[in-house]
Design a protein around this ligand. Structure first.
Ligand code: AR6
Length: 532
């Protein structure tokens, strides 16, 4: 027990197999039927990889992202004499954006000129407030330099992203690799709200089952809610900082891969039959997934619509991660809502910002230089897995068999290793998944995640986010289960028997402490390897 150091369980050194830190690798990027690679696979890391193919291909269909520059995307404008004129959307966008902007009112008018339908619905209060807060010098720099650079990056889209981008649809196993520069161009378009068909809010609209991608929600606000407005201003600082970085003299040279993983329910473990022991656990009341998770698979406490409220008011774990690593936002362009046994893994996203606070107190805290090494395909060796927990309106529901199996399967799918075959997969950096906005019980969720990691032979590094009691209680429970050699299947059966009757009389951990004593064995003084 190393409570005085903030952690309990196994040391990080042991988690990394005796090393200070170790970065596992994903297999190199290869183009295939289910992996779209939008750049040439000659990675130099001196300049961004060249777009692939060399000639623009446009597929205007329900299987691909509908691009704003598609020649099949038309837009009807009204000229001064009230005549209707049909142009391509891209012509309208170019006309609107190729000018010298001097104020955000001016920018608002340009954005609305190609989003005419939303003139009366969108407001740009947060964007205007942002410039009221920053000083004159910064404002000048934005309009004279940064905004023209963002516009330039956006308008280069047809020459930077030359292939169609497949949508990562429900129940498919598919990956997309993009260069960081391509991601930046797509996000510059999102910032300028150019993506067609992505604004409707009705249930039967084409993209109803996709997250938002145009940034208009982030620009909107209500002066009557100053706290919410100031969080949006801090979010804008993160985004603007990202654009400052990616439009600086050196283009970003790396790449990222987004993988959608879907496993049928039948192929998930039969949890009562799983014989493997619990994995190694390092549990810490200090630190965060993003700060201490280097070399580990880092969990995003996601919404089934990836990104959650990042482009609106939400500002908890997932949103903050997307703000400090804005390349993650591109997942929102392509990923259909996640089903129960699906997850998304992003490899290579870079961190650009520091932050302080959380939720209402969140603030941008300046530049972050990400020194994570890159793999041979140009990706930062950072993998983040998005798994969405269930939202519990009624607390008791989470202890029901159906909910436990759902959460076990979700974590299991997310924790499957996509690292190099025949290597010991890296550990999982996680914490109170589903236990904040989604109101779950961390005492239960920590065990669920341990079980899902066990099946995938991965150690767990658990951050309790300042909660020392939780750290101590989970560690005590863990050692108890280890001492009595309770395996995953047995723990599952015990959890299933924690019914409403049992719940009335005792807490989950009291129940487990009593019930998990069936097979006393010699005390374990040291942690076992997860495979032993
Ligand atoms: N590292 C470790 N632990 C953290 C961190 C961090 N960086 N940040 C927060 N925690 P929450 P959920 C702890 O509420 O309940 C979003 O809108 C902290 O104890 O973000 O799964 C998504 O888009 C916190 O209370 O996750 C979804 O819509 C707990 O993790 C929804 O929230 C849970 O964080 C998901 O809600």
């Amino acid at each position: 027990i190393h409570g005085s150091l903030g952690w309990q369980g196994t040391s990080m050194n042991e988690i990394f197999g005796g090393l200070d830190i170790f970065f596992n690798e994903q297999p190199p990027i290869r183009r295939s039927e289910n992996h779209a690679v939008l750049f040439e696979l000659t990675i130099s890391l001196r300049r961004p990889p060249k777009p692939f193919p060399s000639q623009l291909v446009d597929r205007w269909s329900e299987h691909f992202v509908r691009m704003p520059h598609s020649p099949k995307c038309f837009y009807t404008t009204q000229n001064n004499t009230d005549d209707r004129e049909v142009q391509t959307r891209w012509e309208v966008i170019q006309q609107a954006l190729l000018q010298n902007f001097i104020s955000t009112m001016h920018l608002e008018a340009a954005i609305l000129s190609y989003n005419n339908k939303y003139v009366s619905q969108w407001n740009f209060t947060a964007l205007h407030s942002f410039f009221e807060e920053i000083d004159e010098e910064e404002t000048k720099k934005f309009f004279e330099k940064l905004l023209p650079n963002i516009i330039n990056l956006a308008l280069q889209l047809p020459s930077l992203v030359t292939d169609s981008i497949p949508l990562l649809k429900k129940h498919s196993n598919q990956s997309i690799s993009l260069s960081q520069l391509q991601v930046a161009s797509l996000l510059a378009n999102a910032f300028l709200c150019t993506f067609p068909r992505r604004n409707a809010v009705t249930a039967n609209s084409e993209y109803a089952s996709y997250p938002y991608i145009n940034f208009n929600g982030l620009f909107s606000g209500n002066a009557r809610y100053p706290r919410k407005l100031s969080v949006k201003i801090e979010k804008l600082k993160c985004i603007i900082h990202y654009f400052r970085r990616v439009t600086a003299s050196l283009d970003p040279v790396g790449t990222i891969t987004i993988e959608r993983r879907s496993v049928s329910r039948n192929n998930c473990p039969k949890w009562d039959k799983v014989k493997c022991p619990l994995p190694l656990l390092h549990i810490n009341s200090e630190g965060t997934i993003e700060d201490q998770g280097a070399g580990l698979l880092q969990v995003d406490f996601a919404n089934k619509f990836l990104g959650g409220g990042v482009l609106n008011s939400g500002c908890v774990q997932e949103e903050i991660r997307f703000l400090i690593c804005p390349e993650l936002l591109v997942t929102m362009l392509v990923t259909e809502v996640l089903d129960d046994t699906e997850a998304v893994i992003v490899t290579g996203a870079e961190r650009y910002s520091n932050y302080t606070g959380y939720s209402d107190t969140f603030e941008w805290a300046g530049d972050y230089v990400d020194n994570t090494p890159r793999d041979s395909s140009g990706r930062r060796k950072t993998s983040i897995v998005a798994i969405d927990a269930l939202y519990f309106t009624h607390e008791y529901r989470q202890y029901q068999g159906r909910s436990i199996i759902r959460e076990l399967n979700k974590a299991y799918v997310g924790f499957i290793s996509s690292e190099m075959p025949n290597t010991q997969p890296s550990g999982i950096a996680t914490g109170n998944w589903g236990c904040g906005a989604f109101r779950g019980d961390p005492y239960l969720k920590s065990l669920i995640q341990l079980m899902a990691a066990a099946v995938n032979r991965r150690p767990v590094v658990y951050f309790t986010f300042g909660d020392k009691k939780l750290r101590d209680d989970v560690a005590k429970m863990y050692w108890h289960l280890i001492e009595y050699q309770v395996n995953v299947g047995q723990l599952f059966t015990l959890l299933q028997s924690y019914d409403s009757e049992a719940k009335r009389h005792q807490s989950l951990y009291d129940f487990l402490h009593k019930r998990a004593q069936v097979k006393p064995i010699l005390k374990y003084f040291c942690a076992r390897s997860p495979t032993s």
